[in-house]
Design a protein around this ligand. Sequence first.
Ligand code: AHG
Ligand code: MN
Ligand code: MN
Length: 354
Amino acid sequence: MSKTKIVTIERHILEQQKNHPSATGTFTGLLYDMALSAKIIARETTRAGLVGILGASDDHNVYGERQQKLDIFADQTIFRINDHTGRLCAMASEEHEDIIAIPPHFDTGKYVLLYDPLDGSSNIDVNVSIGTIFAVHRKISGSAHGTAQDILQPGRRLAAAGYVIYGSSTMMVYSAGNGVHGFTLDPSVGEFLLSHENIRIPPTAMYYSANAGNEKYWTKGMQKYSRWLQGMDEDRKPLGHRYIGSLVSDFHRNLLRGGVFFYPGDMQDPSMPFGKMRLMFEAQAMAFLAEQAGGYASDGVGNILDLQPYSLHQRVPIIVGNRDLVEKAEAYIREYDHDWIEAYSPFRHKQPTF
Ligand code: AHG
Ligand code: MN
Ligand code: MN
């Protein structure tokens, strides 16, 4: 009998369940639903060039972005796998303007699922790694069907979050508040097997990740921060620059090797004055995972997990990775970007209307 313990997602949750009552059978099922969704989406991404699923659809999402066929396929897959299980009281997707109700003929449950079905869409047609991001909140309202109150919760209250990377291998990384754990899909048995237990971000960072093409639009503080990371203004070793253009892939590499990813405010683009990342579908999940792995995620002013969301599709500036590197960015912003902080503050403290 092989000495290596074969740990599936279910076995891992059940083992965690012993010492953490928060991981329940319902929760195991929800993670398994995400794993099944991942396997179906992975199958399509590896065949995308052969099954006519490449390219853009004729539709656009709420951000005005042209939806890729795989965006829509992934979105529909996650909805169909989760709509009938009785585990959820509502869903919300980056690709849908409003809350997605559980169909009336299905039971509802005590969790809310938020997801970015396909992250890194611009990379689909050029065979670069893409992903799926998901986050799970607990229902807090009294209504059987989830409401905005159940969805627009601060990241601090997340029950779980995770992502899938469709890359050289298909990996699922999640945390239920007890560390970050990575599972790699073994296609020969169709199971995600534990491959990276209790991931901790290395204390010494190797990389920084940002779209340097936007540098002229960043605030002065973020421009100085970027030069500092590159060792331009003082005698320090530069960090390597790696930018894939899929948040999931850039985040995952930094999680394993140490680093910082940032997508700051864009002072020229009125549609994205406070960055491109979506708080509910991308930033909250990454902030939760980063903190569980010993890192930190800031909007430039403070912890993203403490932000009270006011809108389902609000964007947020994000600097995420090694805590010392993220806090350095906050220091540059405090020193050089008073005008930006003043302009951002009313949005940062806006309250939801429910
Ligand atoms: P999505 O495909 O879900 O819209 O996400 C794309 C995001 C994120 O994955 C990535 O880090 C970022 O957009 C890249 O943006 P730029 O192309 O503007 O750098
Ligand atoms: Mn995305
Ligand atoms: Mn997306």
